[in-house]
Design a protein around this ligand. Structure first.
Ligand SMILES: *[C@@H]1O[C@H](CO)[C@@H](O)[C@H](O)[C@H]1NC(C)=O
Ligand SMILES: *[C@@H]1O[C@H](CO)[C@@H](O)[C@H](O)[C@H]1NC(C)=O
Ligand SMILES: *[C@@H]1O[C@H](CO)[C@@H](O)[C@H](O)[C@H]1NC(C)=O
Ligand SMILES: *[C@@H]1O[C@H](CO)[C@@H](O)[C@H](O)[C@H]1NC(C)=O
Ligand SMILES: *[C@@H]1O[C@H](CO)[C@@H](O)[C@H](O)[C@H]1NC(C)=O
Ligand SMILES: *[C@@H]1O[C@H](CO)[C@@H](O)[C@H](O)[C@H]1NC(C)=O
Ligand SMILES: *[C@@H]1O[C@H](CO)[C@@H](O)[C@H](O)[C@H]1NC(C)=O
Length: 413
């Protein structure tokens, strides 16, 4: 007991020290310390079902059922899973939480993020983000370290994004590292297999003016699908959207920022079943920083609205990124709270609160294939957040986070 407490204290000290010095080395130490500190606690990557799991009862709580709110009821968290839901369950819980006046939500998916540190993973978790989609990763070693961190948001990530030399808007002042470039179809297989070997769950390419031809994009997407990977395509220009829509990609990330979306583009997206992650949060900041000479904010909003009105599948993601040397500081914003802002921005476009909540929970679980989560349903992973108030009535209520559970483990900071 003494020894364990000593180790925990040591781990905490290392964690504090880690934050002070060299940020790159620091993230290594911090992540190791986090793992050590949590090693006695549950690990969402392992099967936690035991003969007598801890049971927490959320009493008199309404939960989001994918469309609206349930009547007040009891929801059990049983070990790492959501247990029985209902009244008179005939179970004696270890702990009770009074859910009166609160709403229980499935943990959020952040469908476009680039975290690079333990602190950012914590901030995501604290905001109720229990699954984070890493929409490309520039440091595969670091991304591997951020996977399966016990008690924190799951990190599911694309590897190095494929980029064509000569692409417009190459995003970092120093340009894209040449290791990201695919120059010919012959290079596609090794690029893909390297990403797969690094453990990448998803695949990403960038469709940009001056970049890949239609044939290249189609070939890259096909290679990703050969490995059974969901393929996402970055596209912010009207012409880039045309190539993305013609490639067979599963998702397009970002919104058209240089033109009005055409009816043809909307119809093509619907016909192909392509999902869009608008990332309004980053566009809002980009627009404010003067990035889109051909657009105004109304036009960007209207492009999202047209897709919504047509019934397109949309997901909630921000493009939040870690501040590495060379990153675009004017596009920086905080992890976690920005997902709440994205949800508010989507409602300002005219999406209903319930639709936005579903686009952050059940829909991404289905689209990315993580159907063990994303709903308040008996037997699913207990990735949950409890908010005070009713987010269907007022989306800002999602800022009132009271408790977050990752695979049944309450987040304590
Ligand atoms: C996980 O737990 C269940 C229920 O106890 C059990 O049936 C299953 O075999 C376990 N799986 C593993 C991989 O241990
Ligand atoms: C639960 O909270 C509500 C609202 O604060 C309160 O009225 C009620 O008495 C509480 N119930 C229990 C069992 O403590
Ligand atoms: C990648 O991340 C690892 C682990 O944090 C770090 O040691 C390494 O310096 C990083 N590489 C680069 C090129 O930044
Ligand atoms: C692709 O071309 C770029 C720029 O010409 C070069 O830096 C890079 O090394 C090439 N990549 C491959 C894999 O051949
Ligand atoms: C977008 O459409 C609006 C009318 O809805 C028009 O005023 C505007 O000029 C168009 N913008 C571009 C860049 O075509
Ligand atoms: C902004 O864009 C909208 C929609 O495209 C257009 O109707 C409006 O005139 C534009 N406003 C300005 C100030 O350019
Ligand atoms: C994490 O959250 C803290 C507290 O809200 C904030 O001060 C910090 O800037 C956040 N860090 C990141 C990287 O988002």
């Amino acid at each position: 007991m003494q020894l364990n407490r000593g180790l925990t204290l040591l781990a905490s000290i290392r964690l504090i020290l880690a934050c002070g010095d060299d940020p790159a080395a620091g993230s290594d130490v911090g992540i190791a310390a986090h793992r050590a500190r949590y090693s006695k606690r549950s690990d969402p990557a392992t099967n936690l079902t035991t003969s007598s799991p801890q049971v927490t009862a959320l009493d008199n709580v309404r939960y989001f059922n994918g469309h609206g709110l349930s009547a007040p009821t009891t929801v059990l968290i049983s070990g790492s899973s959501i247990g029985l839901i209902g009244t008179n369950l005939g179970v004696t819980p270890d702990t009770h939480i009074n859910g009166t006046g609160h709403v229980l939500l499935p943990g959020f998916f952040e469908s476009h993020a680039h975290p690079g540190s333990l602190e950012e993973m914590k901030n995501l978790t604290a905001a109720g983000v229990t699954t984070t989609i890493g929409a490309s990763c520039q440091n595969l070693t670091l991304c591997a370290q951020l996977r399966n961190l016990p008690g924190l948001t799951s990190f599911i990530t694309a590897g190095l994004p494929a980029v064509a030399p000569g692409s417009s808007n190459l995003a970092t002042p120093g340009g894209v590292p040449s290791v990201n470039f695919i120059n010919s179809t012959a290079q596609i297989p090794s690029f893909m297999s390297n990403n797969i070997a690094a453990g990448s769950e998803l695949f990403k390419l960038r469709s940009q003016n001056g970049g890949f031809s239609q044939d290249m994009q189609t070939a890259i997407v096909a290679e990703g699908h050969k490995y059974g990977r969901v393929v996402m395509t970055h596209a912010t220009e009207s012409d880039s959207w045309v190539r993305a829509l013609g490639s067979g990609t599963d998702l397009i990330h970002h919104t058209i920022t240089d033109a009005n979306i055409s009816d043809d583009q909307v119809q093509q997206l619907l016909g192909m079943g392509v999902v869009n992650v608008p990332t309004l949060r980053v566009h809002y900041q980009g627009w404010q920083a003067g990035y889109y000479p051909d657009a105004n904010w109304t036009m960007i909003q209207s492009n999202v609205r047209k897709l919504y009105d047509a019934g397109a599948d949309l997901l909630v993601g921000t493009d939040v990124h870690t501040l590495t040397p060379g990153a675009l500081t004017e596009l920086w914003f905080p992890f976690g709270s920005s997902l709440h802002e994205e949800m508010e921005l989507l409602t300002e476009v005219g999406l209903s609160n319930a639709d936005v909540l579903r686009m952050a929970t059940k829909e991404p679980a289905r689209i990315f294939g993580y159907t063990d989560r994303g709903q308040v349903k008996t037997g699913l992973r207990a990735d949950l957040l409890l908010v005070e108030g009713d987010p269907i009535a007022d989306i800002k209520i999602i800022n009132n986070v009271r408790n977050v559970w990752v695979a049944g483990e309450e987040y304590m900071g």
